[in-house]
Design a protein around this ligand. Structure first.
Ligand code: SF4
Ligand code: SF4
Ligand code: FES
Length: 214
């Protein structure tokens, strides 16, 4: 089993483990939003999980690296922190922060990351670009909040894993990208009423069962 040194702590993990997973399993937190252990091919889209690895020229996303014996890793250098904060600020620039009225208040990964990075959720001088409308109610059982979504893709992955194909998908492009269902008339959406794995896996409050809001 590979042994590595992370922030001067020696850890030993199973061959084939991603560096991010190895750290999380050993009580070393690295901010992350788009990684799930069951993903074969992590999208690395949130750009949050940077670390420094000895011998590498630049910081690297820990969810895309597999552990190697004798790896030496730092998770909290100045340049790593700078990257974490920049990625986080970018996420906040498209996020409608309204925690008091959000069903995941106090259980939200963005709140956890803000605390970890010692930054506020409403930074001064941050230019915001929000999508319209603020809510998509097209699905028969779920409501979706595009301005809370971090586009991590976990909901799509978990739905596909459970049902063989996903009721949810990415739609549109660039800034306009959203998660979309196939609409009210899609029969596959009917399975959602008794499932909601997507709601549970969402790291923020972007998906909610309609009935939970009534
Ligand atoms: S998703 Fe998190 S940060 Fe956003 S409003 Fe909800 S609790 Fe606040
Ligand atoms: S709805 Fe939630 S789980 Fe799905 S992409 Fe958005 S943030 Fe991720
Ligand atoms: S968790 Fe690694 S890039 Fe998102």
């Amino acid at each position: 089993m590979p042994k590595l040194l992370v922030d001067n702590k020696e850890i030993e993990v199973k061959e084939g483990t991603t560096l991010l997973q190895a750290c999380l399993d050993n009580g070393i937190y690295i901010p992350n939003l788009c990684y799930l252990e069951s993903m074969d091919d992590p999208s690395a889209s949130c750009r949050m999980c940077f670390v420094e690895i000895e011998g590498e020229e630049k910081p690297i996303t820990s969810c895309t690296v597999t552990v190697k014996d004798d790896m030496v890793v730092k998770t909290d250098t100045l340049s790593v922190r700078r990257l974490h904060r920049t990625a986080f600020r970018l996420l906040l620039s498209v996020h409608h922060v309204d925690c008091k009225n959000c069903h995941v208040n106090k259980k939200c990964e963005l709140q956890r990351i803000a605390k970890y990075l010692e930054v506020g959720l409403k930074p001064k001088h941050l230019e915001q670009h929000l999508k319209e409308p603020d809510i998509d109610q097209d699905h028969p059982f779920l409501d979706y909040y595009p301005n809370r979504c971090v586009l991590c893709g976990k909901c799509i992955h978990i739905c596909r894993k459970k049902h063989g194909q996903s009721v949810l998908t990415f739609a549109k492009r660039g800034f306009d990208t959203v998660i979309s269902s196939y609409g009210k008339n899609d029969v596959s959406s009917l399975a959602c009423e008794k499932c909601v794995v997507c709601v549970d896996i969402c790291p923020v409050g972007a998906l909610i069962l309609k009935e939970a809001q009534e």
